[in-house]
Design a protein around this ligand. Sequence first.
Ligand code: SAM
Length: 490
Amino acid sequence: MQKGKEILIRIERVGFKGVGVGVLEKALNEELLDDDIGKKVLVQNTLPGELVLANVSRNKKNYIEARKVKTLEVSPLAVEPRCPHFKICGGCKWQNLPYDEQLKLKQEHVREALEHIGGFENLEEVVRPIIGCSSPWNYRNKVELSFGWDENMEQTFGFHSEGRRHDIFDISECHLMSPRMFEIATSVKGFVEKNNLKPFKFRENAGLLRSLIIREGKNTGEVLVDLLCSGEDFPANLKEEFVEILKNLNVDSVYLTHIKTARGQRTQREDILLHGKEKIEEKMTISRDENDGAHNEQYTFEISPSSFFQPNTLQAEILYKEAIENLKLEPDDTVLDLFCGTGTIGIILAKFASQVIGIELNPDAVEDAKKNAELNNEGNIEFLVGDVGKVLEELENEGQLDKLVGKKIVIDPPRSGLTPLMIEYILKLSPTTISYVSCNPSTQARDLKDLYENGYKITSVQPVDMFPHTYHIENVVGLSKSLGEESKAS
Ligand SMILES: C[S@@+](CC[C@H](N)C(=O)[O-])C[C@H]1O[C@@H](n2cnc3c(N)ncnc32)[C@H](O)[C@@H]1O
C-alpha cells in the first residue's frame, strides 16, 4: 500500500508514547491487498475504540504508520478536554481521557514493557497498582512559555503547536500551571506588548525574546521568574518597569538570561539577577515507615534558573519514598546514587545510611547538589562528576572500586537507560539491593533483563504518575541479589 493512501482503522489499544494501535481489516477497507491485511497500524493521538480515517505515512514489513485525518466514531472512553488548546497544543495529549483510564493505560504500559521487552512472566505478585496524583491539575512547579510567531507571522506567547518546532500559539488558559503562574505570564505578556518587544526569529537569528520560565515552590510559595532573551541587549530603560510588575506580584526572584548562539560556537548563557533572591527554595516531606509507625522527614532544596528539579513536587515525594524503601537501608550502609542530578535522592537517604556517593555528568547539577547537601546538614555525602560508566572505570583503575563492592545502589538514568559499560560496572559492584527509577519503561525493561540474567530478581515494581494528562510514566523497580538459582526464577 502506498504512502498517502487513506485507510479506515479501529483503534484497539494505546501503546507506548500514547500511540493508538489497530489492525488493518478487509471489512473496513474493501480494496485492500492481501499483503496488507492484518498488519498493525499505528496512529498518534487516538484512543481505544476510536474509528479513524488515517493517511498512510510509512508502510513497513510488519506495520504501518498513519496520520489521523479525522475521527469517524469517538472512543467510548473519550471525555471533553478541559483546555480549549487541546487540539493544537503539544502538551497534555490525554486530556480527553478520564484520569482513571489514563492510569490504567500507564499501568498496562509498564506491564507490557516488562513482558515483551524484558521477557518477564508471572510478575503479578511484584507489580503494584500505579500511584496516581491526588491533585492532577495545576501540578507543575516549572513552566516555560515561548515568545514566537504563529503560521501567519503574528506575534504570539504560549506553547509550541504539536509537531511544529517553530510555531507558537497564544494561550488563554493552561491547567497544568497554577493560577498564580498564569497571572505572572499574563502580566509579562502585557509588558511585552506595551513596549513593543519582539520575539527572537530562529531562522534569521534576530530579535530579543525567547521564553519565560516560571518556577514555583509548591510547598514554600516562593516564585522565580526568568526572562530568556537572545544575545541582543534588553532595553536598559525597561528593566525597572519589568521588575516592578513582578515585585507587585510578590515574585521572590527575577532573572534576565541572555542565550548567545553563533554558528560553530558553543552556546553561551549569562544569568543576570534583576531582583530578589539568587535561588528559591522548595521543601519536600518524605514519609518513612518504621517499626513504630510512619515518620516524616523534611528537606529543603534550592532551585536556580537552570537547575533540574522534578516538575511535580507532590509526586516526587512519593517517587523518592518508593525509591528509598526498595534499598532496605541499615544505618551502616553505603549507597551509590547513580545519575544523582542535584542530589535529591542521595540527600534524602543520607539520613538513614552511613555514606552516600553521588555520580552525575552535569557539573552545574553537582554544584547545586553540594549546596543542597549543606542546606540539609548532610555531611556524609560526596559527589563525583562524570559519566557513570567512566567514573566507575576510573575508580577501578585507581584501585578504589573494591571498597564499594557489595554496597547498595540507586539508579535514575535519562530516557536512554544504561549503557553496556554501566551495566558491566554495576555487576562488578555486586550490590545487595538496587532501586531502579526510570522515565522510560522500555529501556528500563531492557536493562532489567540484563540484570536478571546476571543474578538479580525483581522484588517490586511501582509505577508512579508524575505527569497527569500526558502519556509519560515513571517507574520504580526494586531488585535484590538472588542467593541461588532457585530464588532467581520468578
Ligand atoms: C532523570 S535525571 C535524575 C536526576 C535526579 N535523580 C533527580 O531525581 O532529580 C537523570 C540525570 O542523569 C544525568 N546524566 C545523563 N547522562 C549521564 C551519564 N552518562 N552519566 C552520569 N549522569 C548522567 C543527567 O544530567 C540528569 O541529571
